[in-house]
Ligand binder design. Structure first.
Ligand SMILES: Nc1ncnc2c1ncn2[C@@H]1O[C@H](COP(=O)(O)OP(=O)(O)OP(=O)(O)O)[C@@H](O)[C@H]1O
Ligand SMILES: [Mg+2]
Length: 264
């Protein structure tokens, strides 16, 4: 069963069409990564899928319902997003930010319940941000702040979570920690994870399904072995890549690559 899919989706900024006739199925309870060059429309697609920006034509269906017609709180209980560049947050603490993730569950005057506090503590704990709980967000390092934002998205406790380049600003160890955490949530709690990653080796290592985009259309979507290939990477990034098998994970790995120079 696929809970979330698009049908002939077009998304534009004014008359500039970015996502073009896109029909994708997001596999349920799996990890999907979206790869593609800068400006190809990855963030635009994620924003449309999470109703941050409007669509031009086509439909996005979640549980059989057009998401444009869904009630905001109901939608926010089903999908959360960590944007690529979260909005600035002057003067709030990490704990306050994470508590915003509980918004869809609040009734009346927005007082937090015992359950809300438990979930907030859990999100702080698993993202390793507990120690900065009472610190101002804008006084943290880029990586610490990124993990606080991830905590907020997790606190929303949705079945589907979108993350736009979640590993930005993170050191190598923290990148793996975040990706392993998402993998754990997927395996143990069956959450559907959809994320944009620029690191192809991480995309291959953690994804069950990869969507490779170019100019707002699909070049290839499928299992890692079908997408992380010399041919697909040539089309998507204009690179000549050497692909092998990661001896530890047995997933495809890009050892090295060169830019393909146009012959003049
Ligand atoms: N708010 C906006 N208004 C107008 N054009 C936009 C806006 N946001 C993005 N664009 C344009 O839409 C295109 C796709 O942008 P998008 O952010 O979706 O790319 P991306 O694939 O996420 O790239 P990156 O890897 O750099 O994050 C780009 O040409 C960009 O300049
Ligand atoms: Mg982007």
């Amino acid at each position: 069963m696929t809970r979330l899919y698009t049908d002939m989706l077009n998304v534009a900024y004014d008359n500039n069409l970015i996502v073009k006739n896109l029909s994708i199925k997001i596999p349920d309870k799996k990890i999907t990564t979206i790869i593609g060059a800068n400006g190809c429309g990855k963030s635009t697609l994620l924003k449309a899928l999470t109703r941050i920006i409007p669509t031009k034509t086509g439909t996005i269906l979640l549980d059989g319902k057009n998401i444009l017609k869904e009630n905001t709180k109901t939608l926010a209980k089903k999908i959360a997003i960590l944007p690529q560049t979260p909005e600035s947050t002057d003067g709030i603490t990490v704990a306050e930010l994470v508590s915003y993730g509980r918004y869809p569950y609040q009734k009346g005057f927005g007082r937090l319940s015992k359950k809300d506090y438990e979930v907030i503590d859990w999100a702080l704990e698993v993202t390793g941000t507990k120690n900065y709980k009472f610190r101002q967000l804008d006084a943290l390092s880029g990586g610490q702040r990124q993990r606080a934002w991830i905590a907020m998205a997790l606190a929303q406790e949705t079945d589907i979570i979108f993350l736009d380049e979640p590993t930005t600003y993170l050191d190598m160890a923290h990148q793996l920690e975040v990706l392993e955490l998402l993998q754990k949530l997927n395996k143990e709690q069956h959450r559907t994870v959809v994320m944009v990653l620029h690191d192809l080796n991480q995309a291959a290592r953690f994804a069950d399904y990869i969507i490779a985009l170019k100019n707002g259309t699909i070049v290839k979507a499928g299992k890692c072995e079908e997408v992380i290939t010399k041919k697909v990477l040539m089309k998507v990034f204009n690179i000549d890549a050497e692909i092998g098998i990661d001896p530890r994970t047995t997933k495809p790995i890009c050892f090295t690559y060169n830019l393909i120079k146009e012959m003049k």
